[in-house]
Design a binder for this molecule. Structure first.
Ligand code: UD1
Length: 422
């Protein structure tokens, strides 16, 4: 198994290219199921989660041609051979549930394994199911699978989510494009990945209004066509690398970055004393006067502070001056990085959904373990600022969501390498 070894202490200087968004790509790929004509996605990230989604789509009969070293995905769903998403794939990646809406919309039938729990919480899919029922789907849960039918096709309906869900909004948005009549989605997620999906669906011929707000209207059409669509920039990868010079010192320009993707996060960085400047190529980040102040953070759906950047922000707060409080409101068990950061000398007290972090002058390198995707990168960020060497094991989590993390950080002067553990 691979691990990553970081030796802290180097200031960072230079540019880091930001890839296309994992979470956008994972919802754009199943959109191919809505049309018999080809869908080409450009600016795709090269990640193991994308490989998993490719495997899932192929198992349904999708032809997937991975070109330009993984940057371009040419997908064709001309002839589907299966409507079943198997447990073995779904348990690896929850985003597999995103094939449910498109399969139902296209052929009126789908069988998708229930994903079960995951490290950061229970994460049910009830909102996905209720929303599809509002469009006339008949669902039966047995043998660990959702067996879904829509014999006369889906019909437009009114969906009002009791809480904001990115995935459920995506699933019902895709399904509604081919449903008969009008669908309204209230309390919809507003994430940039939703807007990117709506843009792609519009290119395919869908009629969608209101994406980016909490009220989306979809006018169903008889068929969708082919399209070519560039995947939006990965705002979580962007935020992660923006934190690198804030933690380690120096100045880094994140190429392709845009402040509008991360408004609340940039505001917190600014309050912490980190300068965030938009340039013609992206976003340039450096500490304003050499040190960072503690700030409080509360995660929330977009445009709030993203839960997917909470672990990385905690790494910064570990070396900030003062005491900060981080409230996690999206997932119930998302502080697993805290005990690992404590092994590096951080002072963190967790109670329920709140972590109180007292900044220390220096972290110390240690052997630590990655528990999920974002937790693993927070340990690498902490390692950049720690005295000595930090070894992060179980980095397969990292490869789900960060491409070439060692190369990108080495490119700005970090001392970091991947080693094979015996
Ligand atoms: C997506 C992102 C993930 C991010 C999360 C929140 C992808 C592939 N993943 O996950 O990286 O952390 O948004 O920004 O895009 N919930 C229910 N019932 C449901 C669905 C969700 O109770 O049917 C709850 C979840 O347990 C969670 C909250 O709603 O507490 C938000 O989850 P959701 O927005 O659905 O997250 P995902 O789409 O799974």
């Amino acid at each position: 198994m691979d691990s990553i070894v970081v030796t802290g202490g180097n200031e960072l200087k230079g540019q880091i290219p930001i890839a296309g968004a994992k979470n956008a790509c994972l919802t754009l790929m199943p959109a191919t199921l809505l049309s018999e004509e080809p869908l080409t996605l450009t600016n795709a990230p090269r990640l193991s989660d994308i490989v998993t989604m490719t495997t899932l789509l192929r198992s349904l009969g999708v032809e997937a041609d991975v070109k330009e070293d993984g940057r371009v995905l040419a997908l064709s769903s001309q002839a589907l051979t299966s409507h079943r998403a198997d447990y073995d794939i779904v348990r690896k990646m929850r985003a597999s549930i995103l094939v449910l809406g498109p399969l139902l919309a296209r052929d009126g039938v789908a069988e998708v394994s229930l994903p079960g729990g995951c490290a950061i919480g229970a994460r049910p899919v009830d909102l996905h199911l209720r929303a599809l029922e509002a469009l006339g789907a008949e669902l039966d849960l047995r043998d660990g699978y959702v067996h879904a039918k829509a014999p006369g096709g889906l019909k437009g309906g009114r969906v009002e989510f009791p809480l904001v869900s990115v995935g459920a909004t995506e699933n019902v948005l895709m399904a509604a494009t081919l449903a008969k009549g009008t669908t309204t989605i209230e309390n919809a997620a507003r994430e940039p990945e939703i807007v990117d999906l709506a843009d792609c669906l519009r290119r395919m011929g869908a009629q969608i209004e209101g994406d980016g707000t909490s009220s989306i209207t979809v006018q169903g059409v008889d068929r969708l066509g082919g399209a070519s669509h560039p995947v939006v920039t990965d705002r979580i990868e962007l935020g992660t690398y923006m934190l690198a010079p804030a933690i380690a010192g120096g100045e880094v320009e994140c190429l392709g970055g845009r402040i509008d993707l991360l408004g609340a996060f940039c505001e917190r960085l600014d309050a912490a004393g980190v300068s965030v400047e938009e340039t013609s190529n992206g976003i340039k980040v450096a500490r304003r006067n050499g040190h960072v102040r503690a700030v409080d953070v509360t995660t929330a759906p977009y445009p709030g502070f993203p839960t997917d950047l909470q672990a990385q922000m905690m790494a910064l707060m570990c070396v900030a001056e003062g005491i900060s409080t981080l409230h996690e409101t999206i997932f119930e068990n998302r502080f697993m990085h805290a005990p690992e950061l404590s092994r590096m000398g951080a002072r963190i007290y967790v109670q329920g959904g709140t972590a109180r972090v007292t900044g220390v002058e220096k972290l110390r390198g240690a052997r630590v373990m990655a528990t999920d995707l974002r937790a693993s990168v927070s340990l690498i960020l902490a390692g950049l600022a720690a005295e000595g060497t930090t070894q992060v094991s179980r980095v397969y989590h990292l490869d789900r969501g960060y491409e070439q993390v060692e190369q990108k950080l080495r490119g700005v002067g970090a001392q970091i390498e991947r080693v094979q553990e015996p």
